[in-house]
Design a protein around this ligand. Sequence first.
Ligand code: MN
Length: 249
Amino acid sequence: MTPPLIAILSGFSEMPDNGPPAYALRRNYVEAIAAAGGAPLIIPPLADERLLMALYERADALLLSGGEDIEPARYGAPPHAALQQVNPARDAAEFFLVRRALEEGKPLLGICRGIQVLNVACGGTLYQDIPTLLPSSIDHNASKQHPGWSLLAHDLHLEPDALLAELLGTERIATNSLHHQAVKDIGAGLRVVGRAPDGIIEALEGTGSSFVLGVQCHPELLRAELEPRWQAVFDALVRTTREVEETKR
Ligand code: MN
């Protein structure tokens, strides 16, 4: 059968060559979806909602990629001094599409910034800076110092009855860690299914019947070599999307 179309939201990129501006998406996301048998459809964060919708409607599922901090006004907070780069245009496109996907039950996977977008879109909040607000013995940006950002920085402890634990076949798995923000209050319709050893929330699932999963780590950087079990989240997204599409026929 035709491979399902998995929309991956791209970001903006500053190019070092003084040329015209670019959209950007790291290749690992595309490779992970392709390895799962999905057709990756890269969607730029357009300002025109009609055009965004035209792309979204052709897609069978949504994958939110990593990136900048979310504008704190999105969750009713003033900006903290340690807030890093934000991108209101990208926020606007992603929140628009995520809310649509949640309403319609379109399968949704959020990675890194993506779990944060998912949580805030559901009414949740974030810690704007882990080092200043949540002192921990774990360096949650440790993987950034290593080539390919693939250092296994800390474990992830999973709820035994969670879909994520079932997919990975374990309740404890090593992850990379490249984030200075974290989920704080949980949005409506979500539950915590994974935490770092210091208690920081690093995995969320939807409580409804549709596929809604968010992970703070970057499984797309681990699946090929360091921790192949992480491919299971991409396989599950593509498999579930295919099943949803088959029931529509
Ligand atoms: Mn972490």
